[in-house]
Design a binder for this molecule. Structure first.
Ligand code: SF4
Length: 438
């Protein structure tokens, strides 16, 4: 007999903040809730229970999480919400402080709190965690998390505090997850972790990403495998021939460098120097011709001098990355660099970030213009009033460029691969006409 006082009805909504790894957690949770016969509301306003999967990475992310919780608390106060659950990284890190500040929240859980959340929302369920992931992305692509946590000692990073040490997922679990997602229509797998390159060291005693990639690439129906979050130090070079040889592994690699000045890299405890960074970039580009390299940098790290920043600008001008992002340094409690304070003024940080992004804008335009006259394979994602938006092999979802496709004769469908003749380019997008279906 259902426990009436528990929920007015059993509709639940999940709000996911932060990174793609959090997205995967929410999708796994949704799979369990679905298996427990709970129904999903399309928005918090329509739900009886709300789960907020928070992010606690840096100031901006924490602020967004807190504002989202406060909005939900207001819904609860207005009697429009029965149960409010806060989970994920911010809650993992600051549960006690949040609990004291936010009495409207019924439960605070950390990361991977699936069974606890199920116990609250479906007390009758026998807690064996069942269910396939319920995708929140368009179902032609999915993020695939191959490990949790991180063993690297980066001075500025609070992720190990929230996610713990590195735990690789067993290969067979990853492959079966891929097969189940292919059955759901997924063609592109965006492989994520805190540090992709560490895969297997804990479980198999050696870095095993190359072997895993081969098995992933052999899964029937997989069209694109894309690698995000590779750590530059101790980079497993044996993955490069696998990337080069396998058609369904994108010639694409995201490798956050964070900085280039050896002085700053040393203080960041990144375990690598400028010279070694340039060397590994050279090795990657030699081994996988035309690979798209993405990276991200932290601006305004406490010991970053004007000279260090100029060195970073010179490096970005010379190395010509294909895709690049930049974040402002955020002083995080309990991290190694916390004691260094946050001496660089926010305006200076912002000005430096703008300067670096302007350099990259020019490089990106140059590289995009070089693609005019070529034909690219494009994964169509959306119909924007008769013009279709898609991504090429060089574009990760949500962070990279887009391709806009004209196809006056033919309706193109989300999730299909087509060949596109590139006719024009801007800093961050390409424009072209439909040629043929794949
Ligand atoms: S590699 Fe460094 S920056 Fe990335 S999650 Fe690990 S500790 Fe944080």
């Amino acid at each position: 007999m259902k426990n009436k006082t528990q929920t007015r009805d059993n509709s639940v909504a999940i709000v996911t903040l932060g990174c793609s790894k959090n997205t995967v957690d929410s999708e796994i949770l949704a799979g369990h809730l679905k298996a427990a016969q709970l129904t999903f509301a399309s928005s918090p306003e329509k739900a009886s229970s709300l789960i907020i999967n928070t992010c606690g990475f840096i100031d901006m992310a924490k602020e967004e999480s807190i504002n989202t919780i406060l909005e939900a608390a207001a819904l609860k106060k207005a009697g429009k919400l029965q149960t409010l659950i806060v989970a994920g990284c911010l809650s993992e890190r600051y549960a006690d402080e949040l609990r004291a500040e936010m009495p409207e929240v019924d439960h605070f859980f950390g990361t991977e709190a699936y069974s606890n959340i199920l116990k609250v929302l479906s007390p009758d369920l026998k807690y064996n965690l069942l269910g396939e992931r319920v995708l929140s992305t368009p179902n032609h692509f999915a993020y695939l998390k191959i490990s949790e946590g991180c063993d690297n000692p980066c001075s500025f990073c609070a992720i190990p505090i929230m996610r713990g040490g590195h735990r690789s997922k067993p290969k067979e679990v990853i492959i079966s997850e891929m097969k189940s997602l292919v059955r759901q229509g997924v063609k592109e797998f965006v492989v994520v972790a805190q540090d992709l390159t560490y895969y297997g060291l804990d479980l198999y005693g050696s870095r095993s990403l190359a072997d895993l990639l081969k098995e992933m690439s052999d899964v029937e129906g997989v069209k694109w495998i894309r690698l995000m979050y590779a750590y530059p130090a101790k980079f497993p070079r044996d993955i490069l021939p696998v990337i080069a040889e396998r058609d369904n592994i994108c010639k694409y690699l995201d490798m956050p460098l964070q900085h280039i000045s050896t002085n700053v890299l040393k203080s960041m405890r990144r375990g690598i120097t400028r010279r070694a960074t340039e060397e590994i970039i050279g090795v990657i580009r030699d081994a996988v011709p035309n690979i798209t390299l993405r990276s991200t940098f932290i601006i305004g790290y406490p010991n970053e001098t004007e000279e260090d920043f100029d060195e970073l600008c010179d490096f970005v001008s010379e190395v010509k990355l294909d895709r690049m992002g930049a974040f402002l340094y955020s002083q995080e409690d309990d991290t190694y660099s916390y004691i260094l304070g946050d001496p660089i003024h926010a305006d200076i940080k912002e000005a430096r970030k703008q300067q670096l992004m302007d350099i990259q804008k020019g490089i990106s335009l140059e590289k995009n213009q070089a693609k005019i006259g070529t034909t690219l394979k494009v994964l169509i994602e959306e119909n924007l009033n008769g013009e279709f938006q898609g991504r090429s092999e060089a574009d990760a979802p949500e962070v990279d460029n887009e391709v806009f496709v004209r196809s006056p004769e033919l309706e193109l469908h989300s999730g299909e691969f087509v060949n596109v003749a590139i006719e024009d380019a801007s800093e961050f997008d390409l424009y072209g006409s439909f040629v043929s279906r794949e």
